[in-house]
Design a protein around this ligand. Structure first.
Ligand code: 1BN
Ligand code: ZN
Length: 343
C-alpha cells in the first residue's frame, strides 16, 4: 500500500478506536456514549428529595424542621455509603426587637460534609446551602413568615445528593475525588448596615476551618448550586465566578453546548452575587463558581443588559411545582460530564 493510503488507514483506525472508547466525544472510559452519563442521573429523584425537605417545613435555624433536616441530610449521605461529617459552629444572629434595637444571639449551626472516593488526592468540591430564609420578605402578601424554600435551599441539597448517588453508581468512577458540602446559615442575612445577621455564615466558618487546618485537601475547583432546576431557569456567568473560576465556567459552558443545553447557560455575564462561593474563594482559596438561577430584566434583540433574582426568590411561591425535569436533567448531565472528564 502506498504510504499516503497507509497513513489514511491508520488515521481511520485510530479515529474509530477513539470514538468507540469515547475519547473524541470526551466520555469517560467504560461509557459507550454520552447518554450513559445522563441515564445515571435521575431528575425525578431530585424532585422527590426536594419534596421530602419541603415536607419538614421551612428549615429556619432554631426550628425543629432545621434539626430534622440536619439529621435527614446525614442519613441520606449514610445511605449512599460515605460517613456524614457534621461540623458544628456558632453563628451570631442579629434579631430586630421592639424599639428598633438589635438583639444578638449565638446559635448552633451545622455544615455537613461527605467525602466520595476518599482515597483520591485531587478533588472537586460541590456545595449548596440547606437552610431556609427566616422570612419570605419579597412576598407581596405575607413577608413575615418563611417560605417553603423548594428552590432556594432544598434544590441544591437534592442536586448534591443525586449527583453523589449517580457518581458512586458509575461502573468507572471519576478520576477526581468528590466532596459534597451542605452549608448552613447562608440565607439569614439582613442589610449590611443594619447590624442584623450576615449572609453566608456557614461558608465563612467552613472556609476559615479549612484555612486553619492548613488546607488538608487539594480541591481542583468547586461548584456551588443555588436555586437550581426551575422551569425557565438560566445560569449566566455570575461575576465572582468569572473572577475566580473562569476555567471552570469555560468547561461547563463548552460541555453544555456539546450536549445541546446552551439555553440554560446563556453566553452572558450577569451581576455579582455575594453567595457562599465568595468566602470559599477568598478565605479557602478554592476556585468555586456559582450556578445560580438569574433572569434577564433588560433584553434588546440578542443583548441582555440586566439580570435579577427569579420571581419566586424569597417568596411563598418558591414551591416544588416550579421544578422542571428537563432543566434538572440538563444541569445534572452537564455537571456529571464535566466531573467525569476531569483528570
Ligand atoms: C441566594 C439565594 N442568596 C440568597 N438566597 C444569596 C444572596 C446573598 C442574595 C446576599 C442576595 C444577597
Ligand atoms: Zn435565599
Amino acid at each position: 500500500m502506498p504510504s499516503r493510503k497507509v497513513n489514511l488507514a491508520i488515521q481511520a483506525a485510530v479515529s474509530a478506536a477513539l470514538v468507540a472508547g469515547g475519547l473524541i466525544y470526551g466520555t469517560p472510559p467504560g461509557c459507550k456514549d454520552r447518554k450513559v452519563l445522563g441515564e445515571g442521573f435521575s431528575p425525578s429523584r431530585v424532585k422527590e428529595l426536594v419534596e421530602a425537605q419541603v415536607a419538614f417545613g421551612p428549615r429556619v435555624p432554631g426550628t425543629s424542621a432545621h434539626q430534622k433536616t440536619k439529621d435527614w441530610i446525614s442519613a441520606q449521605i449514610q445511605e449512599l455509603g460515605p460517613i456524614a461529617e457534621v461540623q458544628e459552629f456558632t453563628a451570631n444572629y442579629g434579631f430586630e426587637v421592639p424599639g428598633g434595637q438589635v438583639d444578638r444571639r449565638p446559635m448552633k449551626a451545622w455544615n455537613i460534609q461527605a467525602s466520595l472516593f476518599p482515597e483520591k488526592k485531587i478533588r472537586v468540591l460541590l456545595a449548596a446551602h440547606w437552610d431556609t430564609r427566616f422570612a419570605a420578605d419579597k412576598d407581596k402578601k405575607d413577608y413575615r413568615s418563611p417560605g417553603p424554600g423548594a428552590l432556594d435551599g432544598a434544590s441544591g441539597v437534592a442536586f448534591l445528593l443525586e449527583l453523589g448517588r449517580a457518581l458512586l453508581a458509575m461502573k468507572t468512577p471519576p478520576e477526581l475525588g468528590v466532596d459534597l458540602l451542605f452549608l448552613d446559615a447562608e440565607d439569614q442575612g439582613g442589610s449590611a448596615m443594619s447590624g442584623l445577621t450576615p449572609w453566608c455564615l456557614g461558608s465563612q466558618a467552613w472556609a476559615k476551618r479549612f484555612r486553619d487546618l492548613g488546607m488538608p485537601v487539594r480541591y481542583r475547583y468547586g461548584i456551588l448550586f443555588d436555586m437550581v432546576g426551575a422551569k425557565d431557569a438560566q445560569y449566566p456567568r455570575e461575576v465572582y465566578s468569572l473572577t475566580y473560576g473562569p476555567a471552570t465556567l469555560a468547561k461547563i459552558w463548552a460541555v453544555s453546548r456539546e450536549l445541546g443545553y446552551a439555553k440554560y447557560f446563556p453566553n452572558a455575564d450577569a451581576m455579582a452575587v455575594t453567595d457562599d462561593h465568595v468566602a470559599i474563594n477568598q478565605i479557602a482559596g478554592i476556585a468555586m463558581v456559582d450556578l445560580i438561577d438569574l433572569r434577564p430584566t433588560q433584553v434588546s434583540g440578542e443583548t441582555v443588559s440586566g439580570w435579577d433574582f427569579p420571581p419566586y426568590h424569597h417568596t411563598h411561591g418558591d414551591v416544588p411545582d416550579l421544578l422542571d425535569l428537563k432543566t434538572i436533567q440538563a444541569l445534572g448531565e452537564t455537571v456529571m460530564t464535566v466531573i467525569l472528564r476531569d483528570r
